[in-house]
Design a protein around this ligand. Structure first.
Ligand code: AMP
Length: 216
């Protein structure tokens, strides 16, 4: 199945993506992770993207559209994929439509996670991410067995430089201004499922399974 997961920063896209890819055995394509990989490897693209990412601003559409087109042509996307953090603008949504038409991989379902501001702020500031395998934790709700160490691979946990309340506000207004029109495009096609993601992770996951079950 070809799935998009959408929702503002801190809505739980990363955690739910882990569940979805393991249940459906499809690759997780996160433009945020791809960009952070470029930043880590200090590529030219990474150096330019970091300045925007640290301000909570969007990287130019041409850059991410190109990255996604290349990624969707790889062999592991044959039987479906989960796209996370893309499209974030109407322009990106239209570019993705063109790419999907060309590759004959139509988007079948859009999972839209909805959460209020206070809950988002709490999640964002407490989030810790493994510097190696990208597993996510929370200092209150999802602690690692040993403080600051990843349960899966033993690497150090870090806080993303854009995981602050100030950046959250910027990212939410970006989301409202840019991503909402993309979501509206998919709503008109009748493939969006809105999920209340302010509840416990297992409840969110049950709602997602229901939504995807109906789609298959
Ligand atoms: P994320 O991990 O999805 O929250 O993305 C982190 C940051 O990477 C965002 O705040 C943007 O600066 C950048 N980014 C990720 N995906 C995109 C995208 N589809 N378009 C533009 N910028 C993006």
């Amino acid at each position: 199945m070809n799935i998009l997961i959408m929702g503002p920063a801190g809505s739980g896209k990363g955690t739910m993506s882990e569940y979805i890819v393991s249940e459906y055995n499809i690759p997780h394509i996160s433009t945020g992770d791809m960009l952070r990989e470029n930043v880590k490897n200090k590529t030219e693209l990474g150096k330019q993207a970091k300045i925007l990412m640290d301000q909570g601003k969007l990287v130019p559409d041409e850059v991410v559209n190109g990255m996604v087109k290349e990624r969707l042509q790889q062999d592991d996307c044959q039987n479906g994929f989960l796209m996370d953090g893309y499209p974030r603008t109407l322009n990106q949504a239209e570019a993705l439509e063109a790419i999907c038409n060309e590759l004959n991989k139509p988007i079948e379902k859009v999972i839209n996670l909805e959460v209020n501001f206070d809950a988002l702020a709490d999640r964002i500031t407490g989030r810790r991410v493994c510097s190696n395998c990208k597993a996510t934790y929370h200092i209150k709700n999802n602690r690692p067995k040993v403080d600051d160490i990843c349960d899966h691979c033993g690497s150090k946990l870090v806080q993303r430089s854009d995981d602050t309340v100030e950046q959250l506000k910027v990212r939410l207004s970006e989301h409202e201004k840019n991503t909402k029109p993309a979501l509206d495009m998919y709503s008109k096609k009748g493939i969006v499922v809105n999920i209340d993601a302010s509840v416990a992770p297992n409840e969110v996951w049950n709602s997602i399974k229901d939504a995807l079950g109906k789609a298959s």
